[in-house]
Structure formats: structure tokens, C-alpha cells
Design a protein around this ligand. Structure first.
Ligand code: HEM
Length: 215
């Protein structure tokens, strides 16, 4: 006798939850693909009654039902840290824009020392550094607090982002002390700008899916 399998659809976990739960890139891609084709999240629930067909076929056990309800309610419960983590994508625009603008202003200053852009660079680096630290703290809440990630993209993004925050603070100290020689400051700003390009790419790979640029 065939066992009746009842497949129930659960709401697909969002990419945000997937990263918090330390899923690997392959598992996330599989989950997304399955969600798109409508076969995701299906859990096979063997009907009660063993191998034989019975009146209870197709009826979910109370335990399974309770388990599902618990998971559902857990998802609905408000968590301040989860909420803050969800603000990460909104906050990341500040360090990206401010540091890249600082790099441009410093480039103009390099080409035209009389342009008087020193206070502009200082302001952009101070605010960029503040934004970088906040974005990084929220990033750790978004991605889950751990040292090693099963997702390679998340691992690269986590540690590049954390390094950008540290380098931003270093740049703020350097620009605060900068007198005539700005070479070290320029190297740090150039490094931050380059790292931000990769950082933004990896971030969008996680939010929008692999190969989001279609390259
Ligand atoms: C300066 C630091 C950082 C910048 C500029 C940055 C930038 C970004 C960007 C551009 C996105 C894509 C947002 C979107 O498409 O809407 C993103 C997503 C994400 N970032 Fe960051 N990030 C930073 C630090 C971090 C850190 C330290 C972590 C820690 C794990 C992290 C975890 C995440 C996660 C998990 C996502 C996917 C969206 C989500 O699950 O909420 N980020 N980030």
C-alpha cells in the first residue's frame, strides 16, 4: 500500500533569515529556486496509520501542527535586534556615498591644492566613519553574530565590512591630525573606496541573488 504524503507549503524563509540562520550560498540558492518554482518549503508529512491507508491519512499529527504554529508565532514576535538588523540595507548608503565623496574631494585636492577642500574632506570622513560603524553593527545583527559563515559571500561581506569600519576610524584620526603630508590618509581613503565597491557588490548578491548584475 502506498503511504499518502501530504505536502504543506510553508512561507519561504527570506534571504535575511537565511543569512541569520547561517545557511550556505548553495542552500540559499536552492531555497530561492524552489520558492520560484513553487516547490519550496514543502514538508512531507506522512499520514498517521503507518503503511496502510486509513481514515487518518492526510491528517497532520498534533505535534507537527504545534511545531509549525510555534515557528509561525516565533516569526511574528517582535525582536528589537532583528528590527535593527533589518535597517542595515537602509543605513549602508551613508558610508558608501560619504566615503566615495571624500575620495573624490581628496582627488580634487591632490590635483588642485588651492581648492580649499580640506574641511569638506574632514566632514565627509567623520560622517562616513560614523556611518560605517553604525552600518557594521547593524550588519552583524542582520547576518547573525558568529566568526565563521557557511555562506562564502556573507563571510567576505562580514569581514570586509568590519575592516571598512576600522579603516574609517583610522581615516578619521588621520584627517584630524593631517597637516601638510596627506599621503597615508590618501592611501587609506583609496583602500576604503576600493573595498566599498566589492562590499556593495557582495551585499547586493545576498539581497538580490547570485549574479544580480547578470555578468
Ligand atoms: C561598511 C560596512 C557595510 C556596508 C557598506 C554594507 C553594504 C551592504 C549592502 C550594499 C547590502 C545590500 C543592500 C540591498 O541590496 O538593499 C548589504 C546587505 C547585507 N549586509 Fe552589509 N554592509 C556592511 C557591513 C556588513 C557587516 C559587517 C555584516 C555582517 C554580517 C553585513 C551583513 C549584511 C547582510 C546579512 C546583508 C543582506 C541583507 C539582509 O540580510 O538584511 N554587512 N550590505
Amino acid at each position: 500500500m502506498l503511504m499518502l504524503i501530504v505536502t504543506m507549503s510553508l512561507p519561504a524563509a527570506s534571504a535575511h533569515e537565511a543569512h541569520r540562520k547561517d545557511m550556505s550560498d548553495a542552500e540559499i540558492a536552492e531555497m530561492k529556486q524552489a520558492a520560484e518554482t513553487g516547490h519550496d518549503g514543502g514538508i512531507e508529512v506522512p499520514a498517521a496509520g503507518g503503511n496502510g491507508s486509513s481514515a487518518t491519512d492526510g491528517v497532520m499529527s498534533t505535534d507537527s501542527h504545534n511545531e509549525m504554529m510555534d515557528e509561525h508565532l516565533e516569526g511574528l514576535a517582535f525582536s528589537p535586534t532583528d528590527f535593527l538588523g533589518r535597517l542595515h540595507p537602509a543605513l549602508v548608503h551613508f558610508p558608501i556615498a560619504l566615503f566615495l565623496a571624500a575620495g573624490l574631494a581628496e582627488l580634487i585636492l591632490f590635483a588642485r591644492p588651492a581648492s580649499g577642500l580640506e574641511p569638506t574632506v574632514r566632514f565627509l570622513i567623520y560622517t562616513g566613519a560614523g556611518g560605517g560603524v553604525i552600518a557594521t553593527v547593524l550588519g552583524w545583527l542582520a547576518g547573525g553574530i558568529r566568526m565563521f559563515d557557511r555562506s562564502e559571500t556573507l563571510g567576505l561581506h562580514r569581514w570586509t565590512g568590519t575592516s571598512i569600519a576600522v579603516a574609517g576610524v583610522v581615516a578619521a584620526i588621520l584627517v584630524h591630525r593631517a597637516k601638510s603630508d596627506r599621503s597615508l590618509l590618501r592611501i587609506v581613503i583609496a583602500g576604503i573606496a576600493a573595498a566599498l565597491l566589492f562590499q556593495g557588490y557582495w551585499g547586493a548578491e545576498m539581497s538580490m541573488g547570485p549574479n544580480h548584475m547578470g555578468m
